[in-house]
Each structure stands twice: as C-alpha cells, then as structure tokens.
Design a protein around this ligand. Sequence first.
Ligand code: F6P
Length: 360
Amino acid sequence: MKKIGVLTSGGDAPGMNAAVRATTLIAAQAGVEVVGILRGYEGLLDRQFRALTRKIGDRLAPTQDVENGAQLGGSILGSARCKAFYEAAGRARGADALKELDGLVVIGGNGSLTGARALCVEHGAKIVGIPASIDNDIGCTSSAIGVDTALNTIVEACDRISDTARAHRRAFIVEVMGRQSGYLCMASAIAAGADAALFREDGRTPAELVKAVADVVRRGFEGDRGKDRILVIKAEGVEIPCTRLAREVEEALTPTLGDVEIRATVLGHVVRGGNPSFLDRMIASRFALGATTALLAGKTNVMTAWQTSSAGGEATQDRSVTLFGLDRVLEETAALLDGTSLVTKHRVGLMQKAAGVLSL
Ligand code: F6P
C-alpha cells in the first residue's frame, strides 16, 4: 500500500486524535502516506482530503497538527453522522472516492462501523475499524475510545454535585449520556458512590422508577440513617425526563418526609468533551497499531477489540488487541442493545445485585 486514509465518524470521543496520530506514525514508518478525511463519511463524499504526512528528506513524518492533536478531545479531522451513507447510492459515491486510496481506517461507533462494513461488502473496500464511542455499546470489545475519559468526567461532576448536595442535604438525580446503553450510568454509579443507578436495560416502568428512587431517598434521609446527600444516576436511555422524575419523587415523598429537595442535573455533552485520559490515549494508540498493521497486511472488514480477558478473536502482536470481523461485531452490538447479549445480561445482573448495597 502507498496511501491510506483515516476518518473519524459519528459522535466524537476523547482519544480519537490519539488514534489518528498513532495511525499516521505507524503508516509513515512503513513508508505509507496518510490522508485525513474531514468530517467522516461526509468528507469522503465531498473528497475533503488533507495530507497528514509530509516528506522530510527520504522519509515520511506526521504533520504538526497531527502530532500536537493527540492530547486534545474532540476530533481534529471533524466528525459527522452522514445520512447519505444510509442509501446505496451514497455509499457508491463514497466507494468511488475511496479509489484514490489503498485502504482506510475508520474510527467510530456503531453507525460508522455499519458504513465501513457496507463499503467492504458492496464495493470490496479495504477497511479496518477502530471502536470509538463514549457509550461503550460496541460489540466484541470490552472498551472503546472515549469511555474512560467520559467516566472520569462523570465521576468528577458527581463529586462536585455531592459537595453542594451535602451542604443542603439534598437528593440529586444526575443524567448521563449513553444513548441506549446504560454502561456509563452503571459504571459511574459504582465509582461515584451513588445510591442508585437507573438504566433502560433493566426494563423498569416510569412508575417503578419513581417508587424505587422515593424508597432510596426515604431510607437515606429518614431516622437514624441520616445521610446528608442522595445521588441517583440515570442513564439517558431511561425515557422519563430527569426533571419529571425529580418532581414525581418529591410528590411521592412529601406526605411522609415533608419538604425534601430533589434536584435534577443533565450532564449532556459535557461528558463527551475534554482531554483524553491516560487510558484512552493508550488504548487509542494500541488500537491504531493493531488496525494499521492489519490494514497494511491486507486485512479488511475487521475491527480492533480491547480484551481484558481471552475472549477469542484473532491475535495481533499486542495481546490486549484482537481483530473481529465486522459482521460479528455488528451482530453483537445489536444484541448488547436489545438485551440478548450475555454481556448485557451480566452487567444488568451485577447491577441488580449491587442495588441493595448502593442504597445502604
Ligand atoms: O453516541 C455518543 C452520544 O454522545 C450519545 O451518548 C448521545 O445520545 C448522542 O451521542 C448525542 O448525539 P448528538 O451529539 O448528535 O446530540
């Protein structure tokens, strides 16, 4: 291969730039030029390409912005969710633009990897995917770029909220991003010392959630237990809005507890920004090593996965990074979200066991 492309697509995730940098370094060292495709598949359709390597004497090196970008959140290439890619005609235009390149590294989540798979299957494109999504909703990998930074941001925000909550002896319901996945909610609830975690995957109705939160607040504030703050983390995928939940819990508690103050905070996009953590920079760089090496060796229609245990997949030179076919990744991603995946069942089971402990 002489020239490859790299793009970031879908919701940005802290660590994407570290993956772009490492992809560029590894390809450059192999004497392969790298072009960045701006704004994901949108930029592919419009052929918005930018050189990420430059010639210095007889060797290639990354451009200055690629080198300096690794510590930044967001995406220096820009990112987008490309509607045209849902249509065969859009993908055909994308495949046509790809003819200028010998291969492509796609850094993104479910939608981006679905687009990558379609380009491989329908047009024989050579693509290796790298999972990036704060939601941790991508199959076959225990983590994706951005998850660790997002969790650190949530935990820090919850610590701050706890300071003010304790000063006023209040209960807070904090909503965190994650789309249909409750992972950020579950993991941050443990780390932030929350009293409860509300996530879509356990299928509780709004009325059940109101009752559950009211019970947790009552137990915490009543009598001898006398907590000075209650923290409930709610996943974005739980449909009842945070403010409505807070109001209904207050109404349910007023007759017995008197005036209880429940406040609602939606963290929203704050969770997605910020400089990547050590772990995200490290995972991103190791994903890029696995992906670029695989692409240059002729692999396609696969994604790098992060393995904390031996969960199968084809080994790379890095024992923590394996390759999975995109078909299997996308099947497992669907199962993670519809609840049939063993991973989801395990997560939900653990959180249901933890529920009593969290609220002690
Ligand atoms: O997938 C990442 C994510 O941040 C989700 O957690 C959230 O639901 C969604 O993207 C928000 O998307 P947008 O930035 O388009 O509002």
